[in-house]
Ligand binder design. Sequence first.
Ligand code: MNH
Length: 489
Amino acid sequence: MTAADGRRKVAGVRRPLRNDWSGQSFPHHEGRRRFIGDLRAVDPRSPILSVLGWGAALGPIFESQIFRQKFVFVASAELTAELCDESRFCKALPPAIVALRHYAGDGLFTAYNDEPNWQLAHELLAPAFTKPAMRSYHPTMLGTAGELFDYWDRRGGPVDVSRDMTKLTMETLSRTAFSHDFGSFRTAQTHPFVGAMIRALQTSRRKGALLTAPGGRLVGRFLDRRNASAQAYVDGVLDELIAERAGTDDRSDLLGIMLGVAHPETGQRLSPENIRRQILTFLVAGHETTSGALSFTLYYLSRNPECLARARREADEILGTDPAAMPTFEQVAKFRYIRRALDEALRIWPTVPAFARGPRADTTLGGRYRMRPQDWAVIMLGLVHRDPAVWDNPEVYDPDRFLPANVRKRPAHSYKPFGTGARACIGRQFALHEAVLVLAALLHRYDLTADPDYDLSVDERLTMVPRGFELALTRRHHSEVTPASRVGG
Ligand code: MNH
């Protein structure tokens, strides 16, 4: 806080409201206070879950105010579809994402729309994330999944699903991104790099929450200083790795691609510093999101025996009688039911719970609400994906909602777990390929039993993951995968 801020406060002049929507107000949680606003309605450890909890009763568009920061939330599929119109709206960076810029800078996820490195990185990297490009990552994904299975077979006993799925997706990503093996399945300890990375991220997240509070910037700078060594360690490891590889022309991983490719027209390349930020971005954007998706799918399958049986039957049909068989690249696209089971889990629990949109020019949202380019709205996917105007019995888990005929019946943009438009998820094919592959192989190899008394509890980290969900996994035998169990589908 500057001296000028201090004087203004003494004079009793309030700071302007950020994201003020020209002074319009929307329904909000009861009990708002002067000065702190709706602070008491929000659990600081799980702000998204708080908003999901009280939001359902507040209608298609609502707000909260925390000190001088206003948030406007959208809960209906109709307003979401409008905000997804790329000709009128684009990605906005709310404070929680701005705070991550300390960690990931102008990397793809945290870049502002007009930052030159976004366009450059997007064009250089898009080819590395197409469906055909997954063929080159497929052997790594298989190998990592195989190591996870071996680890389970050695350890025995029930498995903490979120923890082990996070180990898996972290390994897959570090191996495909920069050919590094963190040894997650050989030791019980977390690798120091992963620990430091998570500490650096947590600091950013805390800072994001703090930025809205008076004096928050000051505390933020304190946190940054305390965090500086973790960030410096993580940056140092990656910078060394990048320097070692520069000059070689190994294109077998994302780092190789980033070092090797130049823009076909301008010849421009990514700087080593920007490459480091992209790697940090992939590690963060790509591991917890996919691990949460896997964990929620396993949770819902374990709770819905009919769905589990159909998914298992599909895995058996395609993979054959050897329970240890792993899918080929071509087979992954054939697990249509398993893919629907994953889509449906991401409907009920989108692991990236929200994204923000703002208008390109002055406009009116929903025919009523004025928006200027500095205003933004948060699309709350957990509410949009349960909008009763679009989804029947939205709380019921039913993968067949994603049969092509049913998808065609729904309005556009009613299902958005990977965001939208130019700034949509670049890693979507990567996540889907890995998740379907792992689910198919797992269902084929093991019988799963969940504790019937477990109630789903959701942990809000940067993304959403089930907390304390355990599965007992028992190896299946050849004789159990009989041709008889392979009939039907
Ligand atoms: Mn991913 C952007 C969800 C897996 C890398 N991702 C987004 C956005 C959503 C999202 C939503 C848009 C955010 C916004 O508009 O502000 N991502 C997911 C989900 C999964 C996922 C639900 C898994 C399931 N993401 C991955 C993986 C990677 C990845 C895997 C990398 C390997 N995601 C990104 C990057 C962006 C992004 C990079 C930013 C893209 C851009 O803005 O250009």
